[in-house]
Design a protein around this ligand. Structure first.
Ligand code: NAG
Ligand code: NAG
Ligand code: NAG
Ligand code: NAG
Length: 283
């Protein structure tokens, strides 16, 4: 069947074009730190649940504290940080799979749509998220609390009620734990743009009062939110190499053996990617 091959070629060209076009940058918010690096949304009319199209919400279960280094509190900076955790652009060749969600972080801005969605890229750089988009898997939506500059993430392993993606039992806590484990790796995390980060994790039972009946997919949580405080150990170039799988693995493994290993890995993964990719671009 030739159609997927043709679609793949077309999509690759489209993706390259879009990558050159880039995304417009937004200005960061004015700094105003709280004692804890975040404020409880419910103290000021907000909620620990997002708002979805079906009315139920998803838990805001990871916070990147506003006491983190300045470089991860801007939008471009946090996107680079997310790449160090192998999370990238959540749309597959500009086709966003999954509806937008909204959240009220109690910062006086009311209920706002997500800043964006990020999906696990399987070490493949930004285009690796197409694999996740079609398989379902780790992803998160995120918002910034304007009063503290903390980032609030709704992480999960499930997907939207309006898609046919598998819903993994314990999907909220599971992805919270996996993301935090990755972030707090003792060796640090490494972005394709050359940044190096370290993070510390604390937990607080901030979701304890959220009723199960209000949670999307009816998946229970243990009530805990992870609070990550991120430090930048080494700076780099924002956005550099963001679609080069090799550079991500290079940065982690270092040296030339790391490079050849990652090339093999990405070739195998690209084969896996090819068929669903062709199909997705026909959508
Ligand atoms: C793709 O998405 C970006 C960011 O939302 C937008 O600026 C761009 O116009 C889109 N391109 C197409 C072809 O829709
Ligand atoms: C917010 O998201 C909803 C649902 O996806 C969409 O219809 C609406 O246009 C969005 N609003 C803004 C301001 O982007
Ligand atoms: C890191 O995250 C990925 C994706 O969620 C996951 O498969 C992996 O198990 C995580 N690592 C740890 C140590 O939790
Ligand atoms: C932690 O770092 C080591 C060494 O770079 C790497 O092999 C391992 O995959 C990393 N684990 C996670 C969870 O990121």
């Amino acid at each position: 069947m030739r159609l997927p091959t043709i679609a793949l070629a077309a999509c690759t060209l489209l993706a390259a074009t879009l990558r050159v076009a880039g995304r417009p940058s937004r200005h960061s918010l004015s700094p105003r730190q709280s004692a804890t690096g975040y404020a409880n949304p419910t103290d000021n009319g907000g909620s620990w649940l997002t708002t979805t199209a079906v009315g139920l919400g998803e838990p805001l279960n990871v916070i990147i504290s506003g006491e983190s280094d300045e470089g991860v509190l801007s939008e471009e900076g946090v996107v680079e940080y997310f790449r160090s955790l192998f999370y990238s652009e959540g749309s597959c060749f500009n086709i966003t799979l999954g509806n937008e969600q909204a959240a009220n972080l109690g910062d006086g801005q009311g209920t706002l749509n997500q800043t964006d969605i990020k999906r696990y890229n399987y070490y493949l750089g930004d285009s690796g998220t197409c694999l996740q988009s079609l398989n379902g898997g780790p992803h998160f939506r995120y918002w910034q609390q304007s009063t503290t500059r903390a980032w609030f993430l709704a992480t999960s392993y499930s997907d939207d009620a309006d898609t046919n993606h598998m819903i993994i039992p314990n999907g909220y806590d599971l992805n919270r734990d996996q993301l935090s484990s990755n972030a707090t790796n003792a060796t640090g995390t490494f972005s394709p743009g050359g940044f190096e980060y370290t993070a510390t994790r604390t937990q607080a039972p901030l979701l304890a009062d959220v009723p199960l009946a209000s949670i999307n997919h009816g998946i229970a949580t243990d009530g805990n939110v992870d609070i990550l405080t991120v430090r930048i150990r080494k700076t780099g170039t924002l956005g550099a190499n963001s679609n080069q799988p090799a550079s991500v693995t290079n940065a982690r493994g270092g040296g030339s053996s790391g490079a050849s290993k990652s090339v093999e890995m990405s070739t195998a993964a690209m084969l896996l990617l090819a068929v669903p990719l062709g199909a997705s671009c026909l959508l």
